[in-house]
Design a protein around this ligand. Sequence first.
Ligand SMILES: *Cc1c(COP(=O)(O)O)cnc(C)c1O
Length: 466
Amino acid sequence: MEKPVVSAQRSSDTLGMEVEEMRRLAYAVVDRVIDHLADRSEETAIAAAEPQTLLDALGGALPEHASNPDESLDLLTNVALKHQQHGDHPRYFARVPGPSSFAGILGDWLGIGFNGIAASWAGGSGLSTVELVVIDWLRELMGLPQGTEGILVSGGSQANLTAIAAVMKQRGKGVVYLSDQTHSCVYRALVTLGFGEDEIRVIATDAQFRLCVSTLREAITQDRALQRKPLMVVATAGTTNTGATDPLDAVADLCEQESLWLHVDGAYGAPAALTDSGRRYLHGMQRADSLVIDPHKWLFQPYDTGCLLIRPGVLENAFTMDPEYLRDVTANSEEIDLRNRGLELTRRSRALKLWFSFRTYGVARFREAIQHSIDLAEFAEAQLRQDPLRWELVSPAQIGIVCFALGGQSDDEHRRRAKTLADSGFACVSTTILHGRTVLRLCIINPLTTEADITDTLARLGNNHA
Ligand SMILES: *Cc1c(COP(=O)(O)O)cnc(C)c1O
């Protein structure tokens, strides 16, 4: 093939930025990111400001004319990006952190730079292949059967919604069983998809916050007696509150007996399957008909990266669209149009970052990093147990999460201590409500976190000073 002649007049940037300026600004962006990553332990774990303060700095009139990009980069770096939860900070323990790794960041940048698209085979065969490869690597890591299909989406919420919509298309509507610890995005997805109150059954959990299988069985029997159609069970592999995993093997047995679809939400916890102890803990997860996992949590990817793994054929059955303006000449059935496996048409490649980071670090490094978090949560539990006059362990360390309370202190006092700590910027922990009381919660999934980070954070929470 002849190389196209590059026009001397044509600018490198679509809107005319000079190539030297492009490089200068790009290096400035790289430097800012690396400085942030290198200095993050000394920065705040979380920062927020009043709406008016932020608006004064970032708002203003619509910029009709060009202005200094260095000043704008300063504003973005020092104001917009500063005021957030720093999910990659080693003492950010709230909600679920986002400890993204540098190879992941680079993979994402590369794809954005080339404006990569993974919508159709004809329009993106290279990136479609990368995605199919990554999906199969994730499948293997999760222990699901060969032939399982999947799709990368923005996160766990979208992945759960996509799964439920696909199953609904395959099997029709019916009753869906959740637990009182199921992530609320599942309930929202069901309501969004038109499931009524009598089709959403919230099953109580046991003392360990696990779906109670006998209650589930009774509910199914009851619904059949009422001529309702049981459709699917949503089990959780690592709840967001406590890290508890539903008894997946028993739930899978029941689903098999009752011919129900088993959907497992492993958005948070599924990556624990990369370690031996995690695999034992998640036993039965590999029997899921569909599984959600969030690589932007415990697989160290930048936002946004969610993944749905599901039995073959179900996605295309639900989502295929074939209007005249999208038709390509396809040579064979291996040429997969990813637009037909989810609800996005134009879609960026979320697979590049995973592909690049798996290859760059090797999965063994991921396994070590995940094991480190599991161990650190157990270390935190041991610390709490050492001081029973001050601390009460509410839920033991389970794949990276531990919940605890201050002996004799009110719900308000727990919330106040978490807020004081966050306001100090030193660390950030969540509160949550378990069995009706407000407790403190650590979610430890950052490989950079040390034992000293845990003891210092607990000391500040326990001594009521930040
Ligand atoms: C985080 C989480 C979700 C939601 O995922 P997003 O990526 O925030 O949309 C769903 N389920 C569980 C168990 C989670 O931990």
